[in-house]
Write a protein that binds this ligand. Structure first.
Ligand code: HMG
Length: 409
């Protein structure tokens, strides 16, 4: 069987954040609800000179540069997002232009709420496996802005960011055997954003129930695909990363996994197993959700990056189980088999460095940024140069003749 998977990854996190304590105080909510109840500490705020396109291009540029991949080597560019900027022109085409990706490349956008990124990865892996005698590389980028209404229950779960993955044969970071993945999908209204709406409509508690049902369904399908034999999930993987719309969703998911996998154990034993395995297998992947918030399509992959940095000394050669969920709903459970020599790749992730470079903004600045519509945005060439930093290379400067304008800083 051809070995296909991920050779490297890059994250892009916008340069501003607001602490949840400040949001809680402005909304008259006890800070403990956000920090302890949801498990969130800070949320990333996207400035008006950035959007899903610039974040995707910033992550993609970083990845091409650090892997020494020429833009023309990319034969499939997939951008996965639910924060599209046009009903017809895909975000992927804007990114193709900004990254100077060649014309002999399949370029498209995928939308399926937070699950879209996983669809892009699985499709790219299968495409490379089918063409295994040809040198093919795919660039899959997830980019999203999780924006909810001011004062809504979802507001403290906001965030923004992008993740880029280089998919190829004989991968350097991890292999993924998609033939044993477990999938689950169902037509539900748990979270959706009707065309023309700025914010999603959410049935919050129901969305959590749908997520948990999907987890159970995806694991059960993986078992019938022989991705799991007689062992249970916790015996088959060393680490677990769940899709995290807010940090504590991973606690709910892990508790549910233990309940349906270990129904033969008593309540106390299940609780002890939860405490032990959550700490060892799940907690190392929580940094991104806690410090950035929900980044929709990229959320579970930001969890993987968090895990890689946190467990840099131990993760080589290990098996990482990923659960990807998207409202609507679609889900997939799969395993990344980490390669034995990944220290250099982990050093190049620079996730913590990006978090450290962010500037804190006030609640008033947050309201001002998130109140603006695209039509109000117009930046002049001299002004935009000041937005550049190590990770921010592209800016959105406004609309001209209904065409979105971008510059390389
Ligand atoms: P809510 O209903 O306002 O919050 O919003 P709550 O009352 O359920 O409280 C949250 C937690 O804080 C609870 O903990 C409270 O007990 C606790 P839990 O019982 O759940 O463990 N709490 C406190 N703790 C300490 N001190 C206090 C205190 N007060 C309360 N003083 C909700 C919560 C998640 C519903 C809301 O944030 C929301 O609607 N979020 C958006 C939807 C969402 O994230 N759904 C998750 C699954 S669907 C999904 O993941 C897909 C998604 O990513 C979209 C996509 O696919 O594109 C969202």
């Amino acid at each position: 069987m051809t070995d296909v998977g991920v050779s490297d990854m890059a994250m892009y996190i916008p340069p501003f954040y607001i602490p949840h304590r400040e949001l809680a105080s402005a909304r008259g909510v006890p800070w403990e609800k956000y920090q302890i109840g949801l498990g969130n500490n800070k949320m990333s705020i996207l400035p008006n000179w950035e959007d899903a396109v610039t974040m995707a291009a910033n992550a993609g540029a970083q990845l091409l540069e650090k892997t020494g991949t020429g833009p023309k080597e990319i034969r499939q560019l997939v951008v996965c997002t639910e924060s599209g900027v046009d009903h017809s022109k895909p975000v992927a085409s804007f990114v193709q232009g900004l990254l100077k990706i060649g014309s002999r490349c399949r370029v498209y956008e995928i939308k399926h709420a937070c699950y879209g990124g996983t669809a892009g990865i699985v499709h790219s892996i299968d495409w490379i496996a089918r063409n295994h005698n040809l040198p093919k590389k795919a660039l899959v980028i997830m980019t999203d802005i999780a924006l909810y209404g001011f004062g809504s229950a979802g507001e403290p779960t906001q965030g923004a960011g992008a993740v880029a993955l280089l998919i190829e044969k004989d991968p350097l970071l991890c292999s993924i055997d998609t033939s044993v993945n477990g999938v689950f999908s169902r037509d539900v209204f748990d979270f959706w954003r009707p065309t023309g709406h700025r914010f999603p409509v959410v049935d919050g508690k129901y969305s959590i129930a749908c997520y948990l049902t999907a987890l159970e369904g995806a694991v059960s399908h993986m078992r019938s695909n022989l991705g799991l034999h007689n062992e249970r999930v916790l015996e088959a993987v060393d680490y677990l990363v769940y899709h995290m719309p807010f940090t504590n969703m991973s606690r709910k998911a892990h508790r549910h996994l233990i309940d349906f996998e270990y129904g033969d154990l008593g309540l106390e034993d299940r609780e002890q197993l939860f405490v032990d395995t959550f700490k060892a297998k799940v907690e190392p992947g929580l940094l991104g959700a806690r410090e950035v918030g929900n980044i929709y399509t990229g959320s579970v992959y930001m969890g993987l990056v968090s895990l890689l940095e946190a467990e840099a000394e131990r993760v080589a050669g290990k098996r990482v189980g990923l659960f990807s969920y998207g409202s609507g709903c679609g889900a997939e459970f799969f395993v990344c088999e980490m390669k034995p020599e990944i220290t250099k790749i982990i050093e190049g992730l620079r996730f913590q460095e990006q978090l450290n470079r962010r500037k804190r903004i006030t609640f008033e600045q947050y309201v001002q940024i998130c109140s603006k519509g695209w039509a109000e945005i117009l930046y002049q060439p001299l002004e935009i140069q000041t937005f550049k930093d190590t990770f921010t290379r592209f800016a959105f400067t406004g609309l001209k003749d209904h065409k979105r304008q971008y510059v390389c800083l």
